[in-house]
Design a protein around this ligand. Structure first.
Ligand SMILES: Cc1cc2nc3c(=O)[nH]c(=O)nc-3n(C[C@H](O)[C@H](O)[C@H](O)COP(=O)(O)O)c2cc1C
Length: 220
């Protein structure tokens, strides 16, 4: 049994990556962690070239990755919401999984988990609700493909302006946009997954449940 996790975060060993590894480990099964930024691929071209074979005709890295997911027992999707929606790398990859759909629905019934790392403070009502948008985008994909959506876990991440040279002094600083006009960078805590005990617990619960459902489906 293999459970695959894909991370759309391009940052090395990011909060998103570490969260995904925790969920994968909790499944108790053989797992594979795929960092999408290590691969090069384009979005689906809607050419229907995959209609008969369930294999994408595009010659890039996603074609082989989609076939790995065809034979996996479960899938965990981990991403983040730049500009308030699911990151483009993850979204493009999910679109490429369309090739597994025709006639067979190769994703149907597979347990699916969702992890989104968002820097958007929930109390900020001005910007669009990033976490909810990103989770609902992955959920939509999983529902359309007939997957068994096991759960979604939100991780608190960091607005990149906390690390960028100008910080709160830039006219468009995310520190001000996310936290308010009077907030300075020094007053914002850098968010680390390891400090978010309830999130870690939720990742474990989701991972264990995915492992359990995979094992139960094999018994049937
Ligand atoms: C270009 C860009 C735009 C972003 N816009 C948003 C946003 O609209 N909402 C949000 O919650 N986070 C936004 N973020 C912050 C990411 O959610 C944050 O970097 C997240 O913590 C990334 O996860 P990581 O810690 O795993 O790298 C943005 C990040 C980048 C790079």
């Amino acid at each position: 049994m293999t459970i695959i996790g894909i991370s759309g975060s391009p940052v090395p060993n990011s909060n998103t990556d570490r969260a995904l590894r925790i969920a994968l480990d909790a499944t108790g099964e053989e797992t594979e962690f795929i960092k999408l930024s290590d691969y090069s691929y384009q979005a689906c071209r809607a050419c229907l070239g995959c209609e008969e074979t369930n294999v994408c005709v595009l010659k890039d890295d996603a074609t082989a990755l989609t076939q790995k997911i065809r034979y996996a027992d479960a899938l965990i999707v981990a991403g983040y919401p730049p500009y308030g929606y699911l990151d483009g790398r993850t979204k493009s990859f999910l679109e490429r999984l369309w090739c597994l759909r025709h006639k067979h629905g190769f994703l149907r019934g597979k347990p699916g988990g969702i992890i989104i790392t968002s820097a958007h403070p929930p109390e900020n009502g001005v910007l669009s609700p990033s976490m909810e948008h990103a989770i609902s985008s992955v959920k939509h994909f999983m529902n359309v493909e007939g997957m068994d959506v096991v759960g979604a876990v939100g991780v608190v991440g960091n607005v990149p302006c906390l690390l960028c040279g100008p910080g709160e002094h830039c006219a468009l600083s995310g520190v001000k946009k996310f936290f308010g006009p009077d907030v300075v960078r020094a007053s914002i805590k850098i968010q680390k997954l390891e400090d978010q005990k309830d999130v870690i617990a939720a990742l474990g619960t989701m991972g264990r449940e995915i492992g359990e459902r995979v094992r139960n489906s094999k018994k049937k």
